[in-house]
Design a protein around this ligand. Structure first.
Ligand code: ATP
Length: 300
């Protein structure tokens, strides 16, 4: 891994009914990392800690080489763009451009041409008050605002929430273009499989407040398979649970078993060495992988 955009070490945040962490996580610079996890798993809490909008009980956070929570962070914040999961209510009476005029004071690198280009691309009606915008229109405006100063690090908490399919495609294209320079970083929380597949280089799964793994996307999607195997007469001598990457198995009729593995290639070699034919196979989708990981976490 080359440069580090975000480093979390021994991070813990305790809430009345929820504990985030301990988390150790390194997010590389120059890539899109998707934070994927079920509702309430701690994704938004993680963003708030990274931005110093909430304090951890333990642990350290480093963002773009600077320790978070150690004094004046104005310069660091100028290098970051953030789209929160929910828009801030107190700004409802401002019109879009008034909000932008206020915001640009904080960012010396604010690029008015870029801002206007993003508004045009997203088709945002700038004379509307923020409180009168539809959910999707507000989202588009928030994304344009977060990107107008061309931040080094863009944190997006469920960015496509409320976007229509055309706006969604625009957002994917805008983020692809933003990444083209090669020195920008995106960390995004998303529930949308297609979005993660199109954008992410790395996927970090967060379940019940813990990061349970960080994977390179392509190899993740290549290595999780469901295999249909016929154990024939060898059912008694074969223990499918010994298969590399074994996650689960169930009988799918006669001597045929449906087995899920996270190490498809090794599993196939193992099956071949045991003389067990694979009669069918399929890659798992991202949401199916998440479901298996959730079941494993629950069972652990
Ligand atoms: N201000 C708060 N005070 C106490 N508990 C909170 C607070 N904010 C969030 N939580 C709790 O922390 C846990 C994680 O919430 P968080 O919003 O970080 O999850 P999430 O993964 O972003 O969920 P979603 O996918 O639904 O947006 C939840 O149990 C939530 O109830």
């Amino acid at each position: 891994m080359d440069q580090v955009a975000v480093r979390l070490q021994g991070l813990v945040q305790k809430r009345a009914h929820f504990q985030l962490g301990p988390i150790d996580l390194v997010i590389p610079a120059g890539y899109v990392t998707a934070i994927v996890g079920p509702n309430g798993s701690g994704k938004s809490s993680l963003f708030r800690l990274i931005l110093d909008l909430a304090k951890p009980d333990r642990g350290e956070i480093e963002v773009l080489g600077k320790k978070v929570g150690s004094g004046d962070d104005r310069l660091l914040k100028q290098r970051i763009g953030y789209v929160s999961e929910k828009s801030i209510d107190i700004e409802e009476n401002l019109r879009a451009n008034q909000k932008a005029d206020f915001e640009r004071q904080w960012y010396p690198d604010w690029d008015v041409n870029r801002y206007q280009e993003l508004l045009r691309r997203f088709d945002v009606e700038t004379n509307l008050k923020l409180g009168k915008m539809s959910k999707g229109m507000r989202r588009k405006f928030d994304i344009a605002l977060a990107m107008a100063h061309n931040p080094e690090l863009l944190l997006l908490d469920e960015p496509s929430s409320g976007l229509d399919p055309i706006a969604w495609k625009t957002m994917i294209d805008v983020i692809h273009r933003y990444m083209e320079r090669g020195d920008r970083t995106v960390v995004m929380a998303s529930h949308i499989v297609d979005e993660v597949k199109r954008l992410a280089d790395y996927i970090a799964f967060v379940i019940q407040g813990k990061v349970i793994g960080v994977y390179e996307k392509d190899s993740l999607l290549e290595s999780w398979h469901v295999l249909y195997v016929d154990t024939g007469n060898s059912s008694e001598r074969v223990n499918l649970a010994q298969m590399p990457g074994y996650c689960s198995a169930k009988v799918s009729g006669g001597t045929t078993h449906k087995v899920v593995t996270s190490e498809a290639q090794k599993a196939q070699s193992w099956l071949a060495s045991m003389d067990i034919p694979v009669i069918g196979q399929q890659k798992l989708e991202l949401d199916e992988i998440l479901q298996v990981l959730m079941e494993q976490t629950r069972g652990a």
